[in-house]
Write a protein that binds this ligand. Structure first.
Ligand code: 0WD
Ligand code: CA
Length: 380
């Protein structure tokens, strides 16, 4: 067969060398040494209150309360009468993070502030959740994604666009599924208190508008990243290490009763759990194992750094290095592709299971996501 010579083997071989139009997601291509990933450093945090209003402080942080006995938490309690749900049809894009950036320009700006051609001192700005999707892409064969990228004053902003399939799924969720979504938030309420001195209050209202988000800086190979992720709680001991090391992630999962269930938990759940917490530098996951009808009967602490060892015993399992190398290759692909520096231009990157990552370019379209208040403030 007559093929183009490949200059960089991670790119699709059908492409002209040096100017790839798509990026392969085949896991075999990403099995090399683990890339440099700097320990994330927290540069700030913000809070969203019960009405989803932004505050440039940590007022919504919660304190993890260790259990002193076997749990017996009914996760359905309050679902009908003490649940205020965030309106998921409202697309927030990067807005809260951009609001945080404007409120903290001294902390994120380069030295010459306003006059600088690169006022935000980073290559990429995004949500942690978007990076999690990138990390798991080589192993994802159910759900595709769309990521919109805009280059503005030298920085690449990455914001998710809901796929048609995801929107259809969201609008057709079963009653059971809606209830199960509540379970995760209810578990947080059983496990966390509003201050370090008090105890959790399971009698209160679960309001999913409320959030505490950490903003971190780090580097993946030669990509400087500034991103934010929602944090469930922190160690309440004042002598705990500084953030993000004192943070914890709360998860619920079905009880594991058979070897098959254990293997599936390692192969699918732990991949997502690891990617999410590793990115932000959160060292511990507190997992609540529940019965079929949503009663947590066991709580275990999973050390994020141990996960890579746990999964090695599993044959045909995911590999952290593949996740990180793919993410790194995607960011390189974005840097090469997104050349036009214009807040109204969007390069839309698309992934569908078993396919490559491809892109299209859109000017002044429905996809533009940098709000005028942000653009005007940076133009100065
Ligand atoms: O616009 C979007 N498509 C998204 C926006 C997708 C995901 C999150 N967000 C927003 C939310 O406002 C959130 O406050 O970004 C903020 C930070 O999110 P993240 O940490 O980057 O997102 P991710 O790691 O996917 O989710 C963290 C937690 C989830 O915990 P679990 O344990 O279920 O992974 O954020 C919550 C949820 O509790 N969460 C969301 N909250 C609001 N809107 C959303 C969402 N769409 N998705 C997850
Ligand atoms: Ca959680």
């Amino acid at each position: 067969r007559n093929r183009h010579p490949k200059t960089d083997y991670q790119y699709d071989s059908r492409q002209i060398p040096g100017r790839p139009e798509c990026l392969s997601t085949r896991k075999e291509l990403y099995e090399r040494n683990f890339p440099v990933y700097k320990q994330p450093a927290e540069v700030g945090s913000f809070s969203l209150d019960s009405k989803r209003r932004f505050f440039n402080d940590s007022r919504q942080i919660r304190y993890y309360a260790k259990l002193d006995r076997r749990p017996n938490f009914d996760l359905t309690d309050g679902y009908r009468d003490r649940y205020v749900k965030r309106d998921e049809s409202v697309k927030e894009n990067l807005n809260h993070l951009l609001q945080w950036i404007l409120a903290n320009r001294a902390a994120v700006g380069s030295s010459q502030a306003a006059a600088s051609p690169c006022p935000i001192d980073t290559d990429f700005v995004t949500w942690r959740g978007h990076l999690t999707k990138l990390l798991t892409t080589p192993y994802e064969n159910r759900e595709g994604w769309l990521l919109a990228v805009t280059k503005f004053k030298g920085t690449l902003y990455v914001s998710e666009v809901e796929t048609e399939a995801a929107r259809t799924q969201r609008q057709n969720r079963t009653e059971k599924h809606k209830e199960m979504t509540y379970w995760g938030y209810k578990f947080e309420q059983y496990m966390c208190a509003d201050d370090a001195q008090s105890v959790p209050n399971p009698g209160g209202v679960v309001n999913t508008n409320e959030a505490f988000c950490a903003v971190v800086r780090t580097r993946l190979a030669d990509h400087r990243l500034l991103f934010s992720g929602e944090v469930d709680g922190r160690d309440k001991d004042p002598r705990a290490p500084p953030p993000p090391e004192c943070y914890i992630e709360l998860k619920t999962s079905a009880e594991i009763c058979t070897p098959k269930q254990r293997s599936n938990f390692h192969r699918f759940k732990l991949l997502k759990w690891w990617a999410q917490s590793f990115l932000l530098g959160v060292p511990r996951i507190i997992a609540g194992f529940r019965t079929q009808d949503g009663v947590v009967v066991d709580v275990e602490t999973i050390s994020v750094s141990e996960i890579s060892h746990i999964i090695k015993a599993e044959r045909n399992c995911w590999k952290p290095t593949v996740c990180m190398n793919f993410c790194c290759a995607f960011l390189s692909f974005v840097k090469r592709t997104v050349t036009e520096d214009d807040p109204s231009v969007v390069y839309l990157f698309s992934y569908e299971p078993y396919g490559d990552v491809t892109f299209t370019v859109h000017r002044d379209s429905q996809y533009s996501f940098l709000p005028p208040w942000y653009v005007e403030e940076l133009i100065g």
